[in-house]
Design a protein around this ligand. Structure first.
Ligand code: NAD
Length: 496
């Protein structure tokens, strides 16, 4: 575990201006442009990153293509790839404290969560796919005697990875680890407000022995570097996590360029449903508060809609308010903080816009709704709970991606299912009940990629994550993720 003394030692480290990482080397942008990085902890400048553009994406894709074609990585025996990916995991663990503090200074997630969720989770993901890759076999088809039908699994080639800022290392690893394990080369476009840990990750990969050009990082803006990657004619697939709006653009870029595969993991408006037979109201309320407010609600699977059955509604809301009141908001580099900073001023303003529109639509503000800790210079928001949210209100339909909870009551199971499925999203859900048949019926009825029962969150790398409906398609994590980064090839061999 990380301790406060170590955090305090690392929190003022100077961060030198960052270059791109192409072909195993720090590389300036073709036109010398940079972006300032501001810490959400105090609003002060941290460093700068390279503002990569189309020319830089071209260079990175060429490096990735060269190394894919020369076979240094793509044709390396899987057991040898496994060794290097395990070394990478060792190095991430060696530097976990440093990576965690660096990431928190960049994106404001409370370190009590970020330490495990970022470096340690990423290391675990690299180990998982390292271990898996020399245990995945091809197939022999059940044909007639005069032929041999063999099914090979091959890497795709060059994979573009684009990730968001809420958990850049964890989500980055969900894509980079299976892509590399399968033998692909990668061009990574980190989020503009949280690039620093992913740049470090690429350098650790080089230290671990990953050949030059296998993992390239082009920092910069979505509408320039991201678009160039999406439109590139020599990129075989894009693995993306982020908003639906950008997901749509990536599908369009693929249609306008080379029909590359596009794997989308998008947003959610996940229902957290509490039946009146829940075993422990206080516990469920505490987990529900954590399920929406940790990392300031910037969690794709956050339980942002709380649906509570009428008989326990008032008691549950009281317990929820009590649990929320105990959450400590403040310096994300203080181990005692339960909630850190909102990642940027832009995101904070977006959150506050949702609050004012919810009030004008007639939802009742129970707590929060405002910016706090203004004297720090950072971007902090109070956990916010709205009652009397009806299904047609914006707050019941649109993802805030902030610490804002919409509470609605229901009477029957059928009504709960209707409310749960009544949005365009289908990423996650939870059901709280003591009745096993109710739990199983709800798991079947809810259209979401993960349905928690009597808990919220915490699913690990062994199970898939991804959405139904407009929350995306395909899946990160688990062995199923390897399908995204491999192609099947049939060898049809006459034995006559
Ligand atoms: P975003 O879509 O704005 O940005 C995500 C990434 O896309 C960033 O790296 C950004 O630079 C890039 N991008 C932006 N415009 C682009 C363009 N025109 N072309 C190519 N790339 C472009 O999302 P965000 O604000 O960083 O993250 C929040 C969103 O991510 C939320 O909707 C959240 O639910 C979602 N998310 C989903 C999951 C999941 O697993 N399903 C996990 C975390 C976050």
């Amino acid at each position: 575990m990380i301790d406060q003394k170590t955090i305090d030692r690392l929190r003022t480290d100077t961060i030198t201006p960052q270059s791109l990482f192409i072909g195993g080397r720090d590389t300036p942008t073709a036109d010398g442009r940079t972006l300032d990085v501001v810490s959400p902890i105090d609003g002060k400048p941290l460093t700068s990153i390279a503002d990569g553009g189309a020319a830089d994406i071209d260079r990175a894709v060429a490096a990735a293509r060269d190394t894919f074609e020369n076979g240094d990585w793509s044709r390396m025996p899987p057991a040898a790839r496994k060794k290097i990916l395990h070394s990478l995991a060792d190095l991430i663990e060696r530097d976990a404290a440093e990576l965690a503090v660096l990431g928190v200074r960049d994106n404001g997630t409370e370190i009590s969560m970020a330490y495990k969720a970022e470096p340690l989770s990423a290391a675990g993901t690299f180990r998982y796919y390292a271990e898996a890759i020399d245990k995945v076999y091809g197939e022999i088809a059940p044909t007639g005697d005069d032929v041999l039908g063999m099914i090979h699994r091959e890497p795709l080639g060059v994979v573009g990875v684009i990730v968001p800022w809420n958990f850049p290392m964890m989500i980055g690893a969900w894509k980079i680890a299976p892509a590399l394990a399968a033998g692909n080369s990668v061009v990574l476009k980190p989020p503009e407000v949280a690039s620093l840990t992913l740049l470090r990750l690429a350098k650790l990969a080089a230290e671990a022995g990953l050949p030059d050009g296998v993992l390239n990082v082009v920092t910069g803006r979505g509408e320039t570097a991201g678009e160039a990657l999406g439109l590139h004619m020599d990129v075989d697939a894009i693995a993306f996590t982020g908003s639906g709006a950008v997901g749509r653009r990536l599908l369009d870029y693929a249609a306008r360029s080379n029909l590359k595969r596009v794997h989308l993991e998008l947003g959610g408006k996940s229902p957290n449903i509490v039946f009146d037979d829940v075993a422990d109201i206080a516990h469920a309320a505490k987990v529900s508060a954590n399920g929406i407010f940790r990392n300031s609600g910037q969690v794709c699977v956050a339980g942002s809609r709380l649906l509570v059955q009428t008989a326990i509604y008032d008691r549950f809301v009281d317990q929820l308010l009590a649990a929320t009141a105990t959450m400590r908001i403040g310096d994300p580099l203080d181990l005692e903080s339960d909630i850190g900073a909102v990642s940027s001023e832009e995101q904070l303003q977006k959150n506050l816009g949702f609050v004012s529109r919810a009030e004008s639509e007639g939802a009742k503000l129970l707590v929060g709704g405002e910016r706090i800790l203004g004297d720090t210079g950072g971007t902090y928001m109070a956990p916010t709970i709205f009652d009397q949210v009806t299904p047609e209100m914006e707050l019941a339909r649109e993802e805030v991606f902030g610490p804002v909870l919409a509470v609605t009551r229901f009477d029957t199971e059928e009504e709960a299912v209707g409310l749960a499925n009544g949005t365009d999203y289908g990423l996650a859900a939870a059901v709280w009940t003591s009745d096993l048949p109710t739990a199983h019926r709800m798991v079947r009825a809810i259209r979401a990629g993960v349905v928690h029962v009597n808990t919220y969150g915490g699913a690990d790398v062994t199970v898939p994550l991804g959405g139904f409906k407009q929350s995306g398609f395909v899946r990160d994590k688990s062995l199923h993720a390897l399908d995204k980064y491999t192609d099947l090839k049939t060898a049809w061999i006459s034995l006559a």
